[in-house]
Design a protein around this ligand. Structure first.
Ligand code: NAP
Length: 497
């Protein structure tokens, strides 16, 4: 949607609502003056206006990032660390603004925007700050008449492309690690949810990140993303988004032999064994599929239940799920808000209708909620679908849970591994041996036992199969933003011990 005059949400900070790009330390209009309205998913009404960047703007941002790389990469790790710690501190000071931006942009319940989105993103900067001081190489023992050691060096300009569902967390994952390692960044946030990226430009600058080290260009992914990924001035692509676009991005970067981290779609199975603590497991199961209105790559939309407790679990879900507080994201009691866009709502509704038509038993929900013109869908549980049903195989990305029974551990593993995705998985059991056996057999980048979404900046995550490659979080993340250089200094005979 293109417009010139949207009255911004009165409580949004100017950076998040004034229709400008952030390039080379300055706010500027898009080169062709274009603007795009951002809708509040809770009302369907405009809440801000952002600039519609062009390929010229991408060129300017990459040039600025290249220029800034010299200064930023030459700062000591300790110096960068101090700045990143300041970023974290300012994020916590400006928590209300960030949480509001995230909430009106994505439809996130405000309570979670504070407790999860802002808190996690601030933690990421702190963790990255600590890692910035540990970019050590090592001395290598060798029979050569030489002193050999390695250095870890930054890559250069990182293109960070992020999806609509966790704008602040997923961009901070990339940007904090990239900056910690001494890289500079051009960020293309999702068109539907760009607001927190603009606020972060202000915060990073306030913390002392130099002009050009972080640039934000908002605008259409097809045009800007392609141009950015294929840009000769870009040294690494850090992409999070759908499997389809991720494969396209990886192929573009591959043509230029540039490294890519690709965090892609997910469709995780949550396996409930009959020996699990059912009271605890039910809360985990519901949280795993309704969190962020199900728009969670690592959510748990597929529940596999051991046959002896299958009907019991369905009965508990039928009773409990309709009671999950659904509604206005600004209400602190709300647990499930709207979907982030009309497109997402239509996709979810289409999947549920197809599942119903295919004989799926709707145990809870199964319809949208009409409220204030927002994009709401009731948390929905569907039983009795075969494993090849689209609602089981495809990533619905909404508050929808499919439930299937299994008889043996081997069958559970086969069902769990039986999609193209492999991002996350869960096991609910009281048997430690089973937890070890099954977690090692699951094709997933992260496996949770007796819980869900236990995520921390210290613990790496990432996909296998069509969920992508590369790892974010943990020291593994910093690895992917550096390269190793070996230095081998020949020694004169008298220098040798
Ligand atoms: P998407 O449609 O793939 O978009 C992701 C980003 O790519 C957006 O910024 C988009 O810009 C941009 N883009 C679009 N076309 C592009 C192109 N040709 N070249 C380069 N960039 C392009 O994904 P989404 O719908 O925003 O997000 C949902 C998906 O992300 C789900 O599949 C979810 O599982 C996945 N995800 C994965 C993880 C993970 O950690 N593995 C985390 C979160 C989400 P526009 O918005 O302008 O189109």
């Amino acid at each position: 949607m293109t417009t010139q005059n949207t009255a911004p949400h009165p409580a949004l900070a100017p950076a998040a609502s004034t229709g400008r790009l952030y390039i080379d330390g300055r706010w500027r209009e898009a080169s062709e003056g274009g603007r795009t309205e951002v809708l509040n998913p809770a009302t369907g009404q405009p809440v801000a206006t952002v600039a519609t960047g062009t390929t010229d703007d991408i060129d300017a941002a990459v040039a600025a990032a290249r220029k800034a790389f010299t200064e930023w990469s030459r700062l000591s790790g300790r110096h960068r660390s101090r700045i990143l710690n300041r970023v974290s501190a300012i994020m916590r000071e400006r928590e209300d603004e960030l949480a509001l931006a995230e909430s009106v942009d994505v439809g996130k319940p405000i309570t979670f925007a504070h407790a999860v989105d802002v808190a996690t993103a601030a933690d990421q900067y702190e963790y990255a700050a600590a890692m910035a001081q540990q970019l050590d190489g090592s001395v290598r023992e060798t029979p050569l008449a030489a002193h050999a050691f390695t250095r870890r060096e930054p890559l250069g300009v990182v293109a960070a492309i992020t999806p609509f569902n966790f704008p602040l967390i997923l961009s901070s994952t990339k940007i904090a690690a990239a900056l910690a390692a001494g890289n500079t960044v051009v960020h293309k946030p999702a068109t539907d949810t760009p607001l927190s990226a603009l606020l972060m430009a202000e915060i990073l600058t306030e913390a002392g990140v130099p002009a050009g080290a972080y640039n934000v260009v908002t605008g259409p992914g097809g045009l800007l993303g392609d141009h950015l990924v294929g840009h000769p001035g870009v040294d690494k692509v850090a992409f999070t988004g759908s499997t389809e676009i991720g494969a396209h991005v990886a192929s573009l970067a591959g043509k230029r032999l540039r490294p890519v981290t690709a965090e892609l779609g997910g469709n995780a199975a949550n396996i409930l064994f009959a020996d699990a603590n059912l009271d605890k497991a039910i809360g985990t199961i519901i949280g795993a599929f309704v969190f962020n209105a199900g728009q969670f790559c690592m959510g748990g939309p597929r529940l596999l239940v051991e046959r002896p407790v299958y009907e019991q679990v369905l009965a508990i879900l039928a009773d409990a799920v309709p009671g999950v507080p659904l509604g206005d994201p600004q209400d602190p009691q709300t647990v499930v808000g709207p979907l982030a866009s009309r497109k997402q709502l239509d996709k979810v509704a289409g999947h549920v209708e197809a599942a119903r038509a295919a004989g799926g038993r709707i145990v809870a929900g199964g319809e949208p909620l009409e409220l204030n013109g927002g994009f709401y869908y009731k948390p929905t549980v569907i039983a009795d679908l075969p494993n090849d049903a689209p609602a089981v195989q495809e990533e619905i990305f909404g508050p929808v849970l499919t439930v299937q029974p299994f008889d043996t551990e081997a069958e559970a593993i086969e069902l769990a591994n039986g999609t193209e995705y492999g991002l996350a998985a869960g096991i609910q059991t009281t048997s430690i041996s089973r937890a070890h056996r099954v977690s090692s057999a699951l094709e997933a980048g992260i496996v949770w036992v007796n819980g869900w979404a236990l995520l921390d900046p210290a613990v790496p995550f990432g996909g296998v199969k069509n969920s992508g490659w590369g790892r974010e979080y943990g020291p593994e993340s910093l690895e992917s933003y550096t390269r190793t250089k070996s230095v081998v200094i020949a020694l004169d005979e008298e220098d040798q011990a």
